[in-house]
Ligand binder design. Structure first.
Ligand SMILES: [Zn+2]
Length: 460
């Protein structure tokens, strides 16, 4: 049975898709004004894991991830600047920034072996859909217009706090004031659907005509509009980082349900924070790390993936260079072990069942990794272990097949040294045999003697 923790009900629930064998998955993507930090990448590993686990269970997936390139404002109420326009002065420059960081983001995903989503819609290319949805909300009286903006009227949507379970007054403290001192704003918690390019936003570069005058969409409406366009409503799963629960996901639910009188998604899943040296990552703290910082120190990018898998997605993960080194050692041990295995055949059913039970239990990857290590230590033949490990890797994504295949061709020089060592051992010249073992190690290979003869491993 496949079970996920549903943030909406705060319960572990059996997953059943709306359609029999396909799953509609929407995940909130990056605002492309800067490089992704490793906390963002942890969230994207969750999306990938979710996708691979669903595939492992036989489902077809349609996965949509949005690219935010307009309307995501800084949380500073005094400036309320659009993050995308910070370092730009023309439309081309804004889209140039977006392209640069979108490309870098996709490159990051590929280097940690994340399968790219099926659709990656950009907010700026779906303005018509967003306007259409705001029009519906106006017609149904869930939205109202002031001189500066169009707002969602939270008082008209009684279950607004469903996702957070908090009191409205407490949520108010967390809500940011996107338009300050707007005398026509009814409630502080009301959020913007459409910004007019007047007042503080009169110099906003990206702007489109709308029934409410020139302007640009609020941040939240893009996901509601694009999820509906590409996946319909309701969908099976909507996922994001935990910091998106409020206001972003709370507002998405309010807009979509008010406009279409149907749930937005049946399952809501949220990945916990990644901390750096036990603190929250922030540019101002000097601990803002990107994948480049990790690979720049010589780590394989998949080491970061392994580290992320070693913690459950609903627990905080504390990143330290020591923990990354430990992950590197664990991953290298795995690579080293499989390099000695013969051609994969007939897997180990017992371990495969344990593995599937672990990932189907709300993506319990620490347990799944433990099953992989138990399998390696077991008495099954290497060929059987490899067969099962390659199956596990359909979910883990650690490139075990590529790594194993790359170790298949033992260099000529190593083969010759192995032959000489075997001769020395037969002649009981153990000093010479040991010298040859060291020579083999210098070439990057380890030789071990077992009751059935020697075993050769590539050093990682
Ligand atoms: Zn979103």
């Amino acid at each position: 049975m496949l079970k996920f923790y549903n943030s909406l009900t705060r319960k572990l629930e059996e997953f059943k898709p709306i359609k029999k064998d396909s799953v509609a998955l929407y995940t909130c993507g990056p605002t492309v004004y800067n490089y992704a930090h490793i906390g963002n990448l942890r969230t994207n590993i969750l999306y990938d894991l979710l996708r691979k686990t669903l595939t492992f269970n036989g489902y077809k997936i349609k996965h949509v991830l949005n690219i935010t390139d307009v309307g995501h404002l800084t949380s500073d109420a005094d400036t309320g600047e659009d993050k995308m326009e910070k370092n730009a002065s023309t439309k081309d420059e804004v889209f140039g920034v977006a392209k640069k960081y979108t490309d870098a983001f996709l490159e990051n995903l590929q280097s940690i072996n994340i399968q790219l989503p099926d659709v990656m819609p950009k907010a700026s290319e779906h303005i018509a859909e967003q306007i259409e949805m705001i029009k519906t909300l106006m017609e149904k009286d869930f939205a109202y217009e002031s001189d500066e903006a169009v707002y969602f009227d939270v008082a008209k949507f009684p279950r607004y706090n469903r996702l957070t379970g908090q009191k409205l007054e407490d949520m108010m403290l967390g809500a940011r004031q996107e338009v300050v001192k707007d005398p026509k704003k009814k409630n502080a918690i009301d959020f913007v659907l459409w910004f007019k390019t007047v007042g503080r936003y009169q110099n906003h570069i990206l702007r489109w005509p709308s029934p409410w005058g020139d302007g640009f969409p609020g941040w939240h409406i893009e996901c509601s509009a694009m999820s509906k366009k590409y996946l319909g409503q309701p969908i099976d799963i909507h996922a994001g980082g935990i910091d998106l629960k409020f206001p972003h996901h709370t507002n998405e639910i309010a807009q979509s349900e008010a406009a279409h009188k149907k749930p937005l998604a049946n399952f809501w899943m949220h990945g916990e924070h990644l901390l750096v040296d036990a603190g929250k990552m922030a540019k101002s703290e000097g601990n803002f790390l990107t994948l480049k910082d990790v690979t720049g120190k010589g780590y394989n990018p998949l080491t970061f993936r392994y580290l992320v898998l070693s913690a459950h997605y609903r627990t905080k993960l504390n990143f330290t260079w020591e923990s990354l080194t430990a992950a590197q050692n664990a991953l290298n041990n795995l690579y080293q072990e499989i390099s000695s295995y013969e051609q994969p055949k007939v897997g180990c059913a017992e371990f495969e069942q344990r593995f599937q039970d672990a990932i189907n239990d709300d993506l319990n990857t620490p347990k799944a990794l433990a099953v992989a290590h138990d399998l390696i230590r077991s008495d099954y033949p290497g060929s059987a272990k490899l067969q099962s490990l390659l199956k596990f890797d359909q979910v883990l994504g650690l490139k075990l097949r590529e790594t194993w295949e790359a170790t298949r061709n033992i260099p000529e020089v190593v083969s010759r040294l192995i032959g000489l060592r075997e001769e020395a051992r037969k002649a009981k010249d153990f000093v010479r045999a040991d010298e040859l073992r060291q020579a083999i190690e210098k070439e990057g290979y380890l030789i071990e003697d077992t009751p059935d003869g020697y075993r050769i491993k590539k050093k990682f």
